[in-house]
Design a protein around this ligand. Structure first.
Ligand SMILES: Cc1cc2nc3c(=O)[nH]c(=O)nc-3n(C[C@H](O)[C@H](O)[C@H](O)COP(=O)(O)O)c2cc1C
Length: 372
């Protein structure tokens, strides 16, 4: 059997293959952030389609950390029952599902939450402050709230959690000198910039036990002046390895990065440009033993297989291809190896914002043309 379809384990979690649905906000929660039947069905389709591990769209752990409309929430116990209904259905369909727990920091939406966004430091964009600086007390509460969210995720039947530490979200902001200008014990040296994250990781581990997988999504680099470089991130990964993180996912860029280097790059991806962060991943694998998930612009089976067989990463993570083809992995496993049909146009975001849930608008247009 090809290595990419072999059974493997992350901590105690057994996975049927090495394909992961990267965290993807679906815009399918209700207005309060409760999970819905529609969202459950979407996750079940991914499980039935052969995805080895599903990572949910980001769930906000504090109201002020909400980024998007119709986003899942996990800041109180009241959200557990509906989330449990979803994990039960995914498990019944033979899938595995991890909750991405998140805080948008300076990218928080005051419009959504009614609260002033907070971050490690004030972030000025075009002369306007997007957030205010968090107090030490607020950082302590943040650590508790992430921990409570992870415990809720476990209670709700998730197979693990992934901390969102990429794409300019709050932990990325703490880690990155571009965002973090603090002069107290949470800013300056790498040790200081990692302090909030490490305290969170330790508190979660103590609360959920040794066998519950805790993963993190990181930027392999920020592509920002003064932001995280590949070398910085490998130093961060080495420390997380010592602290017992179970897996790391590599992405890159933030909304403040150059347009061509944002996390969700727009435009059809030719074969030679697939796997945006493969060089950073290869560098990681030379030093770090923690399993690596690689996301960003992977579209063909050949590239996915080469990444695994050449030891560049341990798991292939994709987002947009599964919006169009939730059955893609079964198709590939059956021997039909055409590349993902996704054209990376990002039109899928639009219906999500309107409350219709994300779907492949390009596919819909193509089908309409056929019937016209
Ligand atoms: C509609 C949409 C929603 C996304 N939501 C999240 C999210 O909630 N958390 C996250 O870490 N990344 C999110 N992403 C980024 C993806 O996980 C992924 O990093 C990015 O799309 C690049 O991978 P791809 O080329 O396979 O799509 C989202 C992407 C899309 C298209």
């Amino acid at each position: 059997m090809e290595k990419i379809f072999e059974i493997s384990k992350i901590n105690n979690l057994e996975l049927q293959n090495r394909f992961v649905r990267s965290a993807t906000w679906e815009g399918m929660a209700d207005e309060q952030g409760f999970c819905t039947d529609k969202l459950s069905r979407t996750m079940v389709n991914l499980a039935k389609g052969g995805v080895g591990l599903i990572i949910t769209g980001h769930l906000y752990v504090q109201q002020v950390g909400q980024a998007s409309p119709f986003q899942l929430a996990i800041y109180e116990d009241k959200f557990i029952d509906e989330l449990k209904a979803m994990t039960d259905e995914v498990h019944y369909a033979g899938g595995k599902i991890i909750a991405q727990i998140a805080h948008a920091g300076c990218q928080g939406s005051a419009k959504m939450s009614g609260l002033e966004p907070v971050g490690p430091s004030v972030l000025q964009v075009n002369g306007k402050a997007l957030c205010r600086e968090m107090t030490t007390e607020e950082i302590n509460v943040l650590i508790q709230d992430f921990t409570a969210a992870a415990v809720r995720a476990k209670t709700a039947g998730f197979d693990g959690v992934q901390l969102h530490g990429a794409h300019g979200y709050l932990f990325n902001q703490f880690l990155s000198g571009f965002y973090n200008k603090r002069t107290d014990e949470y800013g300056g040296s790498l040790q200081n910039r990692m302090r909030a994250l490490l305290a969170t990781l330790r508190a979660i581990r103590a609360a959920v036990g040794d066998t519950f997988p805790i993963m993190i999504k990181l930027n392999s680099e920020d592509f920002l002046d003064g932001g995280l470089t590949r070398e910085d991130v490998i130093d961060i990964a080495a420390i997380l390895e010592k602290e017992g993180i179970d897996a790391i996912e590599y992405s890159g860029g933030t909304i403040q990065s150059d347009k061509k280097l944002v996390p969700v790059r727009v435009g059809r991806i030719e074969k030679e440009n697939e796997a945006f962060y493969r060089e950073a991943a290869a560098q990681y694998k030379k030093r770090i033993k923690v399993p690596l998930l690689l996301v960003g612009g992977i579209r063909s089976f050949e590239t996915a297989e080469a990444v695994i067989n050449e030891g560049i990463a341990d798991y292939i993570s994709m987002s947009r291809p599964f919006i169009r083809e939730p059955e893609l992995i079964n198709t590939w496993q059956s021997g039909e190896r055409s590349p993902a049909a996704c054209i990376s146009c990002n039109a899928c975001f639009r219906p999500g914002v309107k409350g219709e849930g994300i779907y492949c608008v390009a596919k819909e247009k193509e089908e309409q043309k056929k019937t016209d």
